[in-house]
Design a binder for this molecule. Structure first.
Ligand SMILES: Cc1cc2nc3c(=O)[nH]c(=O)nc-3n(C[C@H](O)[C@H](O)[C@H](O)COP(=O)(O)O)c2cc1C
Length: 366
């Protein structure tokens, strides 16, 4: 089932944008671990619609998770299947009337209709809506808490938006404090770029004013992975993490360490030389590998980037087709949409990475 991810700890996403709720069903979580509800809510708020300033949709959803099972009244995982949902409270389905037979270029409407026929619910993108990432963030937010208890920290930040580039993490010296500083920052900018929030606001406003949208990229880091964690070949850390991250709508590329640039380097430039640090641990002077060799963690910071495309639903007129009338149509997408989904996708990338790492770690030995 493609809505499911994970070998040992299994996550299934369910729901649709304009249905009663969206959520997550997770099996294999370790019993007896407390979940901090305030930290989880802060994490979910980073993804929730309506809080991303000029970038974000005007749809306002509180996204308070309700736990139907798996969590005791005192907030401890009980080891049974966890079912959590957030209700859809601010739907305006009328906005989607025009889309009943005219697919939005760039969204999943056309292939989804080809697959599911009239059973497809196009309102808000139905099951293909990024609203489904609320469930991912519940599961990933819990995974982040479980990992932190084991000395593993996951954090991401904005790396670029349209023409604007931001400061990447230091691939060798990135610290837990660098990751934690992103959480309260506007648009999930790093400390080094916090002062550039207004530049971003101006870009989002310009793009929205002309009825267009803009994409960007996210950098994610995992600290504290023990050297050797992972599996070779198809089950390697790169495969597992990218499979989870590609589950986030609008992600179009994932690259680890030097990524594509490695193809342009010589061996002497790309190899990371080893040395013993003061504590006697094996470290590397550089980190072109992004913390992964042979699918296994090297013990250096794990670093990857995700490229996110511009929001497909735009007000500018676009060429489409009316599938019912079988004639050409021009579509200006109405409704409330993100001018740029990248700031909200930062928490989604953290969630996907954290869940993939927890599944690889398999703390229960499932
Ligand atoms: C956090 C987030 C918010 C999104 N918001 C919107 C939106 O408001 N309007 C829209 O058309 N697409 C939005 N998207 C992107 C679509 O969901 C996505 O492009 C679509 O499902 C097709 O999937 P694909 O781009 O992966 O092929 C959003 C994506 C994310 C991650």
């Amino acid at each position: 089932m493609s809505e499911s991810f994970g070998e040992h700890i299994r996550l299934t996403l369910f729901g649709a944008s304009h249905g009663p709720a969206v959520g997550a069903f997770v099996t294999g979580l370790p019993a007896g671990e407390a979940v901090d509800p305030a930290a989880l809510q802060r994490f979910l708020d980073r993804r929730a619609p309506g809080r991303g300033g000029a970038a974000s949709t005007a749809r306002k959803e509180p996204d308070h998770p309700e736990f139907l099972s798996g969590l005791s009244p005192s907030g401890v995982l009980d080891g049974t299947p966890l079912c959590a949902l957030v209700r859809n409270l601010d739907t305006r389905s009328g906005d989607y009337a025009a889309l009943a037979s005219v697919p939005r270029p760039g969204h999943a409407d056309f292939p989804a209709r080809a697959k599911y026929g009239d059973a497809f619910d196009p309102r808000g993108g139905g099951h293909f809506s990024a609203r489904l990432t609320a469930g991912l963030c519940i599961a990933g937010g819990i995974a982040k808490q479980l990992l932190a208890r084991r000395g593993i920290f996951v954090g991401a930040h904005l790396l670029s938006v349209g023409p604007l580039s931001f400061t990447p993490f230091d691939p060798v010296a990135v610290s837990r404090e660098d990751l934690e500083a992103v959480e309260p920052a506007k648009y999930s900018l790093s400390v080094a770029d916090a002062a550039r929030a207004e530049e971003l606001t101006a870009l989002f406003e310009r793009v929205r004013a002309v009825g267009d949208s803009v994409g960007g990229s996210i950098e994610c880091c995992v600290l504290g992975l023990p050297a050797g964690l992972g599996e070779p070949h198809f089950g390697g850390l790169e495969s597992r993490i990218s499979a989870a991250v590609f589950g986030i709508p609008a992600v179009k590329a994932v690259a680890f360490g030097e990524g594509e640039n490695a193809a342009r380097l010589s061996g002497s430039e790309n190899n990371d030389a080893y040395f013993f640090d003061e504590a006697g641990a094996v470290r590397t002077r550089t980190n072109h590998a992004g913390g992964i060799l042979g699918g296994l963690a090297t013990g250096m910071p794990l670093l990857f980037r995700a490229a996110v495309k511009p929001t497909p639903s735009i007000a500018l007129p676009q060429e489409s087709v009316d599938l019912a009338k079988r004639e050409a149509a021009t579509l200006s997408v109405r409704g409330r949409h993100d001018a740029c989904v990248v700031p909200r996708a930062v928490a989604c990338v953290e969630a996907a990475a954290a869940f993939a790492i927890l599944d690889t770690l398999n703390p229960e030995g499932n």
